[in-house]
Design a protein around this ligand. Structure first.
Ligand code: NAD
Length: 501
């Protein structure tokens, strides 16, 4: 085991304002300031609107320092059998469960989501780590005697030094979509977390060190665009994973590919939920409200447009009642920044100007004077051409779009350029089958509002919600972070020569 943590544990046990250590870079096993500094930023607790720490903004020089430091122990790490590399994941799992409470408070304080939501995030991260534990049982290659005396074998070889860039909304879980597969696959990983939520990666770095990961095999370079571009361009980095908005995902996918890397870049979303008259009222209302309000709507899997097919008034009424009952600050948390609050309000006001009606209004709700808040909001009479129906709002806003039948619902869903999630609420197998067969989305749900594929199923959307091939979690993730080596072996001269030998 490595040396114990040099960082203090995050001490919060409630939502009370709690400052913590500044977010620095983890290079070669030490927390250091940026050598190529571009100033620093406040890390703001959105519930209070006050800085709990500062984050150092690094540059290309820091990315290069991380690449150089990764080289030191890379061979040692790669030479370990996959079973030994997976032992780090077993220990990380135990350490995350040991620190479940403080990790959850840390995520809640840096992101603004509620404690329960943060805890669910940490536990989903644990599930990803468990998948990493299982990899030795899955990663055996195949082999076959392809001819007399000739054997072909495939094995999964590390790429070397790889990088990941993550968004603000799941500061602990999204890095854990990538890390277990990349590390157990034998790589050294450089993470650039969101500059808005860089603190839980400090805790993760400490836990990986305590779990016995050699120095330099997990490193963190804090910052923003300069760091991301340097990660895309650095010739010493072989693979690039990204999760964030579509605009940036598309840009960095092109940049990383241009520099010869393999890249998988997940983008934003505009998820459509279809509700038909035969849907179970309780299931539909509970799920749809949870889907658009969970994490204050700041989820790439959140319900955005509700396609109301025919007469579903009884279900819509129930959705409005349940959404209006939610208590801001308790049931849903804060919005990440004042700019995001302004953006969300712009979409709501724009829809009203274009003819929509606000039937549940969270615009002037607030749970704490200093924080950034928008309460659950439902717009009715939204039409597919309105910005609120087309673009990602990323807040607790549900747009009801009235359609006459299932074909029209699917037409609206299919016309949206995003393709992350789609769901249908029905008790009819035929309806479910029609939607599942035709929705333009990579992750679909039947009576499930947030159809996140649980491990071992891979996470990833389609169309403008993802650039690159495959999914970021599950087996696809392992394939993304490894290279397939093909070995052909012949040990003895064959007596029966043919055209093949
Ligand atoms: P973002 O795109 O602004 O930032 C994501 C990362 O990119 C951050 O680390 C940031 O520092 C970096 N970045 C920002 N601008 C950049 C630029 N011009 N050049 C290079 N790097 C840049 O996203 P966000 O606001 O942090 O997160 C919210 C977005 O992420 C939403 O669109 C949401 O749908 C999406 N998201 C998608 C998934 C998914 O699985 N598809 C999951 C979570 C979040």
């Amino acid at each position: 085991m490595n040396a114990p943590s040099p960082l203090p544990a995050f001490p919060a046990t409630s939502y009370a304002f709690t400052p913590w250590v500044n977010a620095r870079n983890l290079i070669g096993g030490a927390w250091v300031d940026a050598v190529d500094a571009h100033g620093s930023l406040d890390v703001v607790n959105p519930r209070h609107g006050k800085a709990i720490a500062q984050v150092t903004m690094s540059g290309a020089g820091d990315v290069d320092a991380a690449v150089q430091a990764a080289r030191k122990n890379l061979k040692v790490w790669q030479d370990l059998p996959v079973r030994e590399r997976a032992q780090v994941m077993y220990r990380l799992r135990e350490l995350m469960l040991r620190d479940l409470e403080s990790l959850s408070w840390l995520v809640s304080h840096e992101n603004g989501k509620t404690y329960d939501e943060a805890k669910a995030e940490v536990l989903k991260g644990v599930e990803c780590v468990e998948y990493g534990c299982s990899l030795p049982n899955l990663a055996a290659g195949t082999q076959l005697d392809v001819s007399r005396g000739v054997n072909c074998q495939v094995e999964y070889a590390p790429i070397g030094i790889v990088a990941g860039v993550t968004p603000f909304n799941f500061p602990l879980m999204v890095p854990l979509w990538m890390l277990p597969q990349a590390l157990v696959g034998g790589n050294a990983f450089i993470l650039k977390p969101s500059e808005q939520t860089p603190l839980s990666t400090l805790a993760l770095g400490e836990l990986l060190r305590e779990a016995g990961l050699p120095d330099g095999i997990f490193q963190v370079v804090q910052g923003a665009r300069e760091v991301v571009e340097a990660l895309c361009d650095h010739p010493g980095i072989g693979a690039f994973g990204f999760v964030g908005s579509t605009k940036v995902a598309k840009m960095v996918y092109g940049r990383a590919c241009t520099s010869g890397k393999r890249a998988l870049c997940l983008g934003g979303a505009k998820n459509h939920l279809i509700v038909v008259p035969d849907a179970d009222i309780d299931v539909a209302a509970d799920n749809i409200v949870a889907s658009f309000t969970g994490c204050a709507g700041q989820r790439c899997m959140a319900a955005a447009n509700l396609l109301a097919v025919g007469d579903v008034e009884h279900i819509l009424d129930e959705i409005k009642v349940r959404a209006a009952r939610l208590v801001l600050g308790n049931d849903l948390g804060a919005i990440n920044s004042p700019e995001s609050v302004a953006r969300i309000l712009r979409y709501i006001d724009g829809a009203v100007q274009a003819g929509a009606t606000v039937v549940v209004d969270g615009r002037s709700q607030s749970a704490d004077a200093g924080g950034y808040w928008v309460g659950p909001t439902i717009l009715d009479g939204v039409t597919p051409d309105m910005a609120a129906a087309k673009e990602e709002i990323f807040g607790p806003v549900l747009s009801i779009v009235r359609v006459k039948d299932l074909s029209e619902a699917l037409k609206v869903e299919n016309a949206n350029p995003y393709g992350n999630a789609s769901a249908v609420y029905t008790t009819s197998g035929d309806v479910a089958r029609a939607v599942m067969g035709r929705a333009e989305a990579g992750m679909c749900g039947v009576n499930v509002g947030v159809p996140v594929p649980r491990e071992p199923f891979g996470f990833g959307g389609w169309n403008d919600s993802k650039f690159g091939h495959g999914n970021i979690t599950g087996w696809d993730g392992f394939r993304f972070w490894t290279r397939v080596r093909k070995i052909t072996t012949k040990w003895a001269l064959q007596s029966d020569q043919n055209w093949m030998n």
